[in-house]
Design a protein around this ligand. Structure first.
Ligand SMILES: *Cc1c(COP(=O)(O)O)cnc(C)c1O
Length: 364
């Protein structure tokens, strides 16, 4: 059996360090926030090229608080994509705002900057591109539009730790950047976690208050806040794991290169790494009109695959109220029918990639 994702091998490789970090944190009784979280915030913000990091309890919470800090209010509009995990849109809805979807570039499946300007209205506050599968969206044209219309840019970098746009790490290029440390992400906690990265001290201060009941100091609730704090042990674990992120990212990129090579003479569309991008392959997704057949064939040979994502968010029942119907985002809709994610994690073996590729070729 070749798993789509295996978290066990990685855990075993760092088990001793993780357990001693957890044990020390528990002994300190700093179960929520505390020194390990504060240090991880500094380390991860610096890693991502930002001045401030605010640790929270999920990537979704990071997006929600980034939107609130950006001043998004009920009735406002946020321009984003439908070709994403549902959390991007859920967070916009939590803020009371309306997601306005634009279609994606068929090569990258990221926000196509050509459609953004036409989607702006007097209610637009924020543009929220997603760095899908670990490849940065084309930020420069998006930032240029945002500056001209006095909008803020929030990067959904939940899949893109360590990814680079024109040589700079994502998350600190827009006004705010949001990361997830869900266990399966490229930098994953052993539980839930997330972070907002920003260079703006006012945003950082507001988000720090919002994640902890809106308190300026204990029992002084200046803002209507939330219980979105990061746990101490997650901070400690993530500090250990951050030291390995470069090596794990290099391994993912090497696996992607091998996949590309072994699938070179097939007619599947392989991930395109844009000239401006360092792709970190959170997901390695191929595209083929024979997707369902290929997936079933691999399944029959014990090879697990995934689909990210089979139904675009605008076509989900829960978000039908936003009025974007079938046929309105043709590139997104076609991609949802054709994309297939192959096994990808740092510990994947070359022999496993070879087996996956020969199964794909056989199925075609
Ligand atoms: C995982 C993910 C999120 C949400 O992160 P959680 O930590 O699971 O809340 C948001 N956006 C994208 C694109 C994601 O992949």
């Amino acid at each position: 059996m070749i798993p789509f994702l295996d978290l066990k091998a990685q855990y075993e490789s760092i088990q001793h360090e993780v357990l001693s970090a957890v044990s020390a944190t528990l002994a300190s009784t700093q179960f929520v926030l505390g020194k390990e979280v504060a240090t991880f915030e500094e380390e991860f913000a610096a890693y991502s090229g930002g001045k401030f990091g605010v640790g929270v309890n999920s990537g979704t919470s990071a997006l929600h608080l980034a939107l609130l800090a950006a001043g998004v209010k009920p009735g406002d509009e946020v321009i984003t994509v439908s070709c994403t995990f549902v959390a991007t849109v859920a967070a916009i809805d939590y803020a009371g705002a309306r997601p306005v979807f634009v279609d994606v570039d068929p090569r990258t499946h990221n926000m196509d900057p050509r459609w953004v300007e036409a989607a702006i209205t007097e209610r637009t506050k924020v543009i929220m591109p997603v760095h899908l599968h670990g490849q940065p969206a084309d930020l420069d044209p998006i930032l240029d539009i945002a500056r001209r219309h006095r909008l803020l840019v929030i990067e959904d970098a939940a899949q893109a730790h360590a990814a680079e746009y024109k040589g700079r790490r994502v998350g600190s290029i827009g006004d705010l950047g949001c990361f997830s440390f869900y266990p399966g992400k490229n930098l994953g906690a052993y539980g839930e976690g997330g972070m907002v990265v920003t260079n703006n001290p006012d945003f950082a201060r507001t988000i720090r208050m919002l994640r902890d009941w809106g308190q300026e100091r204990k029992y002084h609730h200046t803002l209507k806040g939330f219980n979105y704090r990061m746990e101490g042990v997650q901070g400690a674990i993530l500090r250990v794991k951050l030291r390995y992120l470069d090596a794990w990212t290099a391994a993912r990129r090497q696996h992607a290169a091998l996949y590309n090579e072994l699938l070179a003479d097939t007619d599947v569309q392989k991930p395109v790494e844009m000239p401006y991008a360092k792709h970190v392959y959170h997901v390695y997704a191929i595209r083929t009109p024979k997707r369902d057949h290929v997936q079933a064939s691999l399944e029959g040979q014990g090879i697990q695959t995934g689909i990210h994502y089979p139904i675009p968010v605008h076509l989900q029942k829960a978000y039908a109220e936003f009025g974007c119907g079938a046929g309105e985002l043709p590139v997104t809709e076609q991609a949802a029918n054709e994309m297939l994610s192959l096994p990808m994690f740092a510990e994947l073996q070359a022999a496993q990639i070879e087996a996956v590729c020969s199964a794909v070729r056989g199925a075609l």
